[in-house]
Ligand binder design. Structure first.
Ligand SMILES: Nc1ncnc2c1ncn2[C@@H]1O[C@H](COP(=O)(O)OP(=O)(O)OP(=O)(O)O)[C@@H](O)[C@H]1O
Ligand SMILES: [Mg+2]
Length: 235
């Protein structure tokens, strides 16, 4: 990789439904606000119905991008399942080359790429490839989105372990309160996660009401940018 390549962030999660798209949109908005040209991708989306790939559409709209949806999301499948399962249901396989080609096309002329994975790091894509291999193939450091409720310590630690064992750089962890206000027990549990994470915790999205925007200061964009610029994966 050359230093001139467009830097980017691979937004992964400790699970499906944890807030990856919400966090991706918040990142896109924050980077656009400081004048960056942001390219977006949801390389593989499953559960795509008549309304199209909803995550890809949300990211495209947040970025104000005019790239065709087929480039932003080159691999779309109807079954709401892991990519290899959803592809098999259509007698297809995930076309990895189409993802690389689309990525190069979108990254050209952009200052930064924000890419949302599907599910978590060990979700199978094709053969022995999981989301982790896709992040590595695209040479992107990870931003991990974690839930706030019970189970999150284990899920977050597992995700960090997998990232470390596969030598994927991690920019930080963002906690999103997708399940609304926490019980007192869950709140103590979350406090313990925060202690474990230390400065790896780079943001926390409070429980948002319907239609409520993510607060601009919910993610430490300055710290994220600093880590992005010193990330070995970006060289
Ligand atoms: N902090 C929050 N407050 C309120 N709702 C939230 C919050 N974070 C996430 N949600 C909601 O939780 C749901 C799941 O979030 P989101 O779609 O961002 O997850 P995801 O990880 O991208 O899911 P997928 O694996 O399907 O891509 C959405 O309805 C989203 O609006
Ligand atoms: Mg999503």
């Amino acid at each position: 990789m050359t230093r001139a390549r467009t830097p980017g962030i691979f937004v992964t999660g400790t699970d499906t439904g944890v807030g990856k798209t919400l966090v991706s949109r918040a990142l896109i908005a924050a980077f656009r606000k400081v004048g960056l040209k942001v390219g977006v991708m949801k390389p593989i989306e499953t559960g795509v119905g008549e309304d199209g790939p909803l995550d890809a559409i949300a990211m495209r709209d947040a970025a104000g991008a005019t790239d065709p949806l087929e480039t932003i999301c080159p691999q779309q499948f109807a079954l709401p399942a892991a990519p290899n399962v959803a592809a098999r249901a259509e007698n297809r396989e995930v076309d990895l080359a189409s993802i690389d080609a689309a990525y190069q096309r979108i990254a050209r002329g952009r200052d930064l790429m924000v890419v949302e994975g599907a599910g978590g790091l060990l979700v199978p894509i094709r053969g022995d490839w999981t989301m982790a291999e896709l992040a590595r193939d695209l040479a992107l450091p990870l931003l991990i989105v974690a839930r706030a409720s019970l189970g999150t310590i284990n899920h977050t630690a597992l995700t960090l372990e997998v990232a470390a064992s596969k030598k994927l750089p991690v920019l930080g962890v963002v906690i999103s309160h997708a399940e609304g206000p926490l019980s007192a027990a869950d709140a103590s549990n979350l406090l313990a996660l925060k202690e474990i994470l230390g400065d790896r915790l780079i943001g926390e999205i409070p429980p948002l009401g319907p239609g409520e925007a993510t607060p601009l200061d919910a993610i430490d964009i300055d710290a994220l940018t600093r880590r992005l610029l010193t990330d070995p994966g970006a060289e």
